[in-house]
Design a protein around this ligand. Sequence first.
Ligand code: HEC
Length: 262
Amino acid sequence: MDEKISRKNFLTRASIVGLGALVGGFATQIANADKTQNWSANKWPWPYVELDPETTAQIAYEEWYRLWCGGTVIYSVFHQLAQKVGEPYKSFPIDPFAIFEGGLAGWGTLCGSVNGAAVVASCIIGPMTQEGCEDGHIIASNMLDWYSHTNMPIFVPKNPKANKKTIVHTVSESPLCHISVGKWMHASGYPINSPERKDRCARVAASVAYKLVEELNKWHKGKYDENIAWFAPKKVGITAQFNCAECHGAKIPKPPTPLKKL
Ligand code: HEC
């Protein structure tokens, strides 16, 4: 199940891209704005300078209390680049991405911090619709895999707002907010509205921001050469995370389309 797939396979298969719609929508806005302002936001890659992962994570931790998980990951990178580089980051509307909170408006779907990281990678490197821009997608996909298998949270902020002495760590085995937060609340005993749970999610967002900047720095140096760690449509014929049995138990359903090889 954990066998990696090649970039070529991934590129030929990567037609189902929820994020593409979102980024595509933004690109259209930018293209319209381009007529009046001299932006180059619809040309990729966007200008990037290497950022410090520790500083970025600390910014993400602090700003979580205003923008929550998805918004803060975007803010932690784009706010620094707005200061160091300028456009298109200065004009990028970060605050609307507060909608990613709680797995999108509290529905517990994809954890907002990985969603935010995917937006950042795709904006800077470029969307899959552009030739040669596949690294943004690969970084986002591998981030989902890494998030699912990591004993979170990793990042320890300078002045934690809660969990000051110790914090419970959990491996979510899923990028879903519901499962990630649920497992942590179960292990720690803290409810959703507690300062401890908020601090935990702020630290998770900061951990994701840290990892994202490490990956972007590698990509910027030309040293990002990874394949996709998990791509379900190719492997099992349905979009999915990797651990089918966790939800389906022993009887994992087969998708209707016959698969040549499993
Ligand atoms: C996070 C929980 C979860 C995970 C993980 C998961 N599924 Fe599902 N899956 C569901 C739910 C819920 C449904 C809808 C109800 C149903 O049919 O069981 C579903 C539906 C399906 C369906 C279509 C419905 C059917 O019965 O044919 C298939 C096929 C399927 N899953 C296969 C998989 C495979 C293969 C994996 C692993 C690669 C997987 N699922 C991982 C929760 C999950």
